[in-house]
Ligand binder design. Structure first.
Ligand code: HEC
Length: 245
């Protein structure tokens, strides 16, 4: 009896230590930038807290990532960190059993797409993980992608290569100047997406150190380079299909 109680106690302590490590790894690798937010409360990636995930699902998504989205796989992480962050996500999602039961990882369900083939192709292209930068790097649809730019449901892709954005401004901080989309201004700070590169980086500056200038003349040119006109037409079919559903 005592032996059992001690065993349970030490298991509890080990589990607690594991969750602490998991929380640390989560803060460093999953909450940063614009992804899942502090304690999984959601930022630009999907919310994780209170989702009741199944352990096999969490395990697979963290190891392998989600093809076609901004979610990378973390297979290369060392097993203690990997296991602890899985346990932590299980805990904050409120799902399954936190203890490390032997895993049965279900094979992913086949993708079901209810629209016409052109729209389906458009969706694949929108989230195409084989491209360094894809539409889903900056636009979220159907719970995938990262919402840097607006929701583009129903929007046209014709002329997308040339159309200059009115909202991406030229911003100066000290000697640095870069194109940025302002996200928020509060408490004398300015939060913005620095879109000089892709993926864009979420940054916050003191209002006093930043100058927000005119439209920067930013276009999708760098992004659309890897897409043909036919690709953009398929993407438009997808965006129209979403609008009509
Ligand atoms: C590097 C980030 C980034 C990527 C990648 C990106 N976009 Fe955008 N997109 C933006 C930003 C920022 C805006 C908002 C511009 C504004 O508000 O003026 C925008 C706006 C748009 C708009 C609405 C404005 C317009 O000009 O019609 C459409 C449509 C659009 N994007 C489609 C796409 C498609 C399709 C792709 C993939 C081929 C894509 N975007 C990839 C950042 C991106």
């Amino acid at each position: 009896m005592i032996v059992l109680a001690l065993a349970l106690l030490s298991q509890g302590i080990a589990q607690e230590a594991d969750l602490m490590l998991g929380a640390k790894v989560f803060a460093q690798s999953c909450a940063v930038g614009y992804c899942h937010g502090s304690a999984g409360a959601a930022n630009r990636g999907p919310r994780l807290a209170g989702r009741g995930f199944d352990r096999g699902f969490v395990d697979k998504v963290i190891r392998d990532g989600v093809p076609g989205t901004a979610m990378p796989g973390f297979k290369t992480m060392r097993p203690p960190e990997l296991n602890s962050v899985i346990a932590y996500v299980m805990k904050i999602s409120g799902g399954g059993n936190v203890s490390a039961a032997p895993l049965h990882v279900p094979s992913p369900e086949p993708p079901v797409f209810a629209g016409p083939p052109a729209a389906q192709m458009g969706k694949l292209l929108f989230f195409d993980a084989a491209r360094g930068t894809r539409c889903g790097t900056c636009h979220a649809l159907e719970d995938w992608g990262v919402a840097v730019g607006p929701n583009v449901t129903g929007r046209a892709t014709a002329g997308l290569r040339q159309r200059a954005s009115a909202n991406v401004k030229s911003v100066a901080v000290g000697a640095a100047r870069f194109p940025a989309l302002i996200v928020d201004r509060k408490n004398n700070t300015v939060t913005l997406y620095d879109v000089a590169g892709a993926p864009p980086v979420l940054r916050t500056f003191a209002a006093a150190e930043i100058r927000v200038g005119e439209a920067a003349g930013w276009t999708h040119a760098a992004v659309t380079r890897t897409y043909t006109d036919a690709d953009l037409a398929s993407i438009q079919a997808y965006l129209e299909w979403l609008a009509q559903r």
